[in-house]
Design a protein around this ligand. Structure first.
Ligand SMILES: Cc1ncc(COP(=O)(O)O)c(C=O)c1O
Ligand SMILES: N[C@@H](CCCC[NH3+])C(=O)O
Length: 417
């Protein structure tokens, strides 16, 4: 990181802050659906985290957006890398991180093999294990390096039950047994930390679960002693609704430090969404407009606007009923209730239902906000629908970062063809 004070930018970037003319140009040049990622905003978000947590290790949760340009920007901004798979570890090392944290959840054998190989080759890797079983498998591979124990803190949080991890037996060793597991692991590994994660999308309105988790981890760290770090996870939320206030990050940081108490170890946090969510938009074009048969309606007739992006492009609305702001970039027209629907043959393939917005017409361009986190990453090829392209903006420059997938690309792995 450079010695100059980094630009931390405003606490929130709304969909209306993006230039409609720029986005229209990008869609005309690259087609739709198209992800647009702004590296300046990634840097500003990273800088805001650094300034709120000046004494902590801030490790970017790579899963939120794994693009090489994003990883390089995050590294240059002074954040570390937290990885959920061997593939993410490889991406992080390729992007120039000297080391990374691998948070192993029921790790497939191939993941452990790759991570241990990279460690043997000199990468500065820390493995976070959430089961005694994982420790056995690491021993079998001759790993005796840096290790942290993931703990189920017994409290969870998040924007949806499907992203609440704390309190779920899938993740970590039970809190009551954590000290014993740390003690046993010390015989064979360099135990450097303890780790817990409550869930994703923690709101500033209720930090009680976050505080409770941090307090428990502080107690654990004091009990086991001799640690380098106490990692209290990520999960910092961003405002998805237009009128939702941004998270008061300094207040979250204060609450975190206060709940942790005095520990002889560094605090670590691992945010993903906060770094990239509002740095990305998804552009999609309207291809079909049809009225909803609503004979009883007194106001403007609601319509369905069919678009070329779908749940295969941005899964969050279908999977979590997640709200994303949507803006018609083409024109100002009077409003009516609009259901924005994708091309996939699933009823869940909707971006919103009966939301008031300017009356759409065929070929209108829509922008979907906060698409930078868990957007491209969760895209699929269901319905043999190729994944979208992505461009990144860096200052005034824009370049293609991910090519649009083709049908031939989707079928290429099929051996019978
Ligand atoms: C272990 C772990 N760390 C960090 C994160 C990042 O979460 P978020 O993107 O909400 O900050 C996740 C995802 O929920 C996670 O599972
Ligand atoms: N994919 C989730 C968050 C990450 C969960 C990972 N533990 C979302 O889009 O909200």
């Amino acid at each position: 990181m450079s010695g100059e004070a980094a630009d931390t930018g405003p606490a929130v970037r709304r969909l209306t802050d993006w230039s409609a003319a720029d986005l229209r140009d990008l869609a005309a040049e690259h087609g739709t659906p198209l992800y647009v990622t702004d590296l300046d905003r990634v840097r500003a978000n990273a800088a805001r985290l650094r300034s709120a947590f000046p004494d902590a290790d801030v490790r970017y949760a790579v899963k939120a957006h794994t693009g090489q340009a994003v990883l390089e920007a995050v590294r240059e901004a002074g954040l570390g890398a937290e990885c959920a798979s061997a593939g993410e570890v490889v991406r992080a090392l390729d992007a120039g991180f000297e080391g990374a944290q691998y948070t192993a959840v029921n790790p497939p054998a191939g993941d452990l093999d790759t991570v241990v190989d990279r460690w043997r080759a000199g990468a500065d890797l820390t493995v976070v294990a959430g089961a005694r079983d994982t420790l056995d498998r690491l021993r079998d591979r001759g790993f005796d390096g840096r290790l942290a124990i993931r703990v189920d803190p017994g409290v969870g949080a998040g924007h949806h039950e499907k992203v609440t991890t704390g309190g779920h037996a899938k993740f970590g060793v039970p809190y009551d047994r954590a000290a014993e597991v740390v003690g046993d692991a010390r015989a064979d590994f360099d135990v450097v930390g303890v780790h817990a994660h409550a869930g994703s999308g923690i709101s500033g309105d209720d930090l009680s679960a976050h505080r409770e988790l941090v307090a428990r981890m502080g107690n654990l760290a004091r009990e086991v002693g001799d640690l380098e770090f106490v990692d209290v996870g990520g999960g910092f939320g961003v405002p998805y609704r237009e009128d939702e206030p941004p998270l008061d990050l300094p207040a979250v940081a204060d609450a975190t430090r206060e709940a942790l108490g005095a520990v002889d170890a560094r605090l670590a946090v691992e945010p993903g969404r906060y770094v990239v969510a509002d740095a990305g938009v998804l552009l999609t074009r309207v291809n079909t407009v049809k009225p909803v048969d609503d004979a009883g309606a007194t106001g403007p007739v609601p319509v369905v606007a069919g678009v070329d992006a779908g749940m295969t492009t941005l899964l969050r609305p279908a999977m979590y009923d997640a709200y994303h702001a949507i803006r018609n970039l083409t024109d100002d027209r009077s409003e009516r209730p609009v259901t924005v629907a994708g091309p996939v043959c699933e009823t869940a393939d909707l971006f919103c239902e009966a939301r008031p917005m300017p009356s759409p017409r065929r070929d209108d361009l829509l922008a979907i906000g906060n698409a930078g986190a868990y957007g491209y990453e969760m895209a699929s090829t269901y319905n043999t629908r190729p994944r979208p392209a992505e461009v990144v903006r860096n200052g005034d420059e824009t370049r293609l970062a991910r090519e649009r997938e083709t049908i031939a690309g989707v079928t290429a792995l099929e051996v019978d063809r």
